[in-house]
Structure formats: C-alpha cells, structure tokens
Design a protein around this ligand. Structure first.
Ligand SMILES: Cc1cc2nc3c(=O)[nH]c(=O)nc-3n(C[C@H](O)[C@H](O)[C@H](O)COP(=O)(O)O)c2cc1C
Length: 190
C-alpha cells in the first residue's frame, strides 16, 4: 500500500486537509495523519466537526494518526518509505520551521525527511498578505525541493459552491504530490 503523510496545521483552510485525506483513502492510499495543536482547534472551529468524529469516519486500516509531539512515529525516519507529504493548510509558522530546518514537531520533522530523502513535499500555504519573511522562507523550501502551492483557487471553472473551490486546490496538490489526476477538477479549459 502506497502511503502519504498529511499534515494539518493551524492556518485557515482545514477543509483542504480534510478533503485530501478523504480523497486519498477513497483511492486506497494509506495516510499518516498529523494535526498540529492549533491545527486541531482551527479544524474544529472551521468545520464544526470534532477531530475525533472526523477520524471515526475514516477507514482504520488505511489511516494512522500521530501526535505532533510523537517524534518516535514512523514518518520521523527516512527509512520509513512514503510517497511523500502534503501539508494542507500550511501556516506561515510551519513554513518557517521547515525553511530553517528547526524541526520541533512531527510535521516539521516529516517535511525535513521528505526534503532530505528527495521525496515530494507539497505545502498548501495559506496566509495573506505575505511578508518578506514568508517570501524568503518560500524561496528556501522551493530551492530545497518542495512545491509551494498557495491555497489560491481559480474561478474560470465558474464554481457554484465551496466544495468546487476546495477540489481545485486538492486536485493541484495531489497532482504535484503523486503525479496523477484524481478527476476532481477540470482545470483549464473548464
Ligand atoms: C482561526 C485561526 C486562523 C488562522 N489562520 C492562519 C492562516 O491562515 N495562516 C497562518 O499562517 N496562520 C494562521 N493562524 C495562526 C496559526 O494558527 C499560528 O501561527 C500557529 O502557531 C501555527 O502553528 P502550526 O503551524 O504548528 O499549526 C490562524 C489562527 C487561528 C486561531
């Protein structure tokens, strides 16, 4: 079973991470899921769902959930094989940790592992406006091999509901990570 590490941080847009996990498991990928501490709070605030309710809705044989404090968890090690990692949404704080190499939690460390092992790392960054610090950190992670994928959906598909905007980004993120289409969004031409 191919495995993907998914990080959900405390940036706005928890719905992106939720949908990415759902699409991955419905396509039989294994998911190693890590919420940051604030990621859990923002997830519950924005989606109106308890994290535990969301986890209960997922197939137990495909999803492993780890605490951000568990640096002994498998994704912390380069010898643990994965197809790569997506962080969605990715906060400015987490971007900064990855850019500096200061891996204080399992999300930072798993991202560091992807960069050092030359595996795909996709950061669905969500902040606006952005400062020079953000831009410098973006340059660092792009130079190190990550894909910086701003949560910036397009409107040329004439979306009628939020789910279509979410799926536009989810399709782009999964394409960048796994180099295959999931048929969630038509892109251009619509
Ligand atoms: C409701 C809410 C929305 C937030 N939205 C963002 C955001 O869009 N982008 C961002 O970089 N930080 C955002 N933050 C701040 C981060 O949650 C905060 O910087 C946190 O320390 C990031 O840590 P983490 O990356 O480990 O989750 C938000 C915080 C809250 C409470």
């Amino acid at each position: 079973m191919e495995k993907v590490v998914v990080g959900i941080t405390g940036a706005s847009g928890s719905i992106y991470g939720k949908r990415i996990v759902e699409v991955l498991v419905s396509n039989s990928f294994g998911v190693d899921l890590i919420f940051s501490r604030t990621g859990k709070k923002v997830f519950e605030f924005e989606t109106g769902l308890k994290v535990e309710e969301f986890l209960d809705s997922l197939p137990k044989d495909l999803v492993s959930v780890y605490s951000e404090d568990d640096l002994f968890a498998p994704p912390s090690s380069g010898s643990y094989e994965t197809a790569g990692m997506v962080i969605a949404p990715c906060s400015g704080g987490t971007l900064g940790h990855i850019a500096s190499g200061a891996s204080l939690n399992l999300i930072h460390r798993s991202a560091e592992v992807c960069l050092k092992e030359r595996r795909p790392l996709v950061l669905v960054f969500r902040e606006t406006p952005i400062s020079r610090v953000h831009v410098e950190n973006m340059l660092k992670v792009i130079d190190a091999g990550a894909t910086l994928l701003p949560a910036s959906p397009a409107f040329y598909g004439k979306p009628k509901e939020i789910g279509e905007l979410v799926d536009f980004i989810v399709e782009k993120a999964l394409k960048a990570l796994l180099n295959r289409s999931f048929g969630l969004s038509k892109g251009w031409p619509p």
